[in-house]
Design a protein around this ligand. Structure first.
Ligand SMILES: [Fe+2]
Length: 185
């Protein structure tokens, strides 16, 4: 498998009205092949900035390899589109939120291990965090230009909503990582 095979399959799946459902089906077919996918994406660091993560980016679809180092926790954020994650190695906890009348509300959580798939609709927000001492590495697929589209993030202490700007995101990510747990849990 080559990185281009991954992109072509996801691009084909993401066309049409049932994009998320079809992308999930493709990821499901790859659950037994995560070592091949990890090998195909070995050239991508997956950390230290978006340029080291994205290997396909258009207004309709983004495909990234994302590596969460041990101890890393994101602030709550949305993606401006649907999102799908296939975990390749390590373990990550996802805490899912919905938008309520008074701001974010806790919805549910899931611990993902290699081969697990998480999908989120466009109106979901989440916190992702690496569990354990090994980095959590995932194949992330988004139904838009996740690095360019307008998105929201929330201060993990105050839950104040902010437009997602990457320099500010890093400040909130450090605050989130230093906290003992995701907000509202
Ligand atoms: Fe995310």
């Amino acid at each position: 498998m080559h990185a281009s095979d991954i992109v072509f399959a996801l691009k084909e799946a993401a066309e049409g009205p049932h994009a998320l459902q079809n992308v999930r089906r493709v990821l499901n077919d790859w659950r037994e092949r995560i070592d091949e996918i990890a090998a195909a994406l070995d050239f991508i660091p997956g950390t230290d900035g978006n340029a080291n993560q994205a290997f396909y980016r258009t207004p309709e679809l983004s495909v990234l390899k994302v590596l969460f180092p041990s101890g890393r926790r994101t602030p709550p954020h949305d993606h401006g589109s649907w999102a799908a994650i296939l975990v390749l190695s390590g373990s990550e906890k996802n805490t899912i939120y919905r938008r309520g009348d008074d701001g974010l509300e806790y919805a549910n959580e899931a611990v993902l291990t290699p081969g697990a798939i998480l999908t989120m609709p466009a109106d979901a927000a989440h916190v992702a965090e690496c569990l354990g001492g090994e980095p959590a590495i995932g194949l992330h697929v988004y139904g838009g230009d996740v690095l360019g589209v307008e998105r929201s993030m929330w201060d993990p202490e105050t839950l104040e909503e902010h437009p997602l700007k990457w320099d500010h995101y890093e400040i909130l990510a450090r605050k989130a990582s230093d906290a003992g747990k995701p907000p509202l849990t």
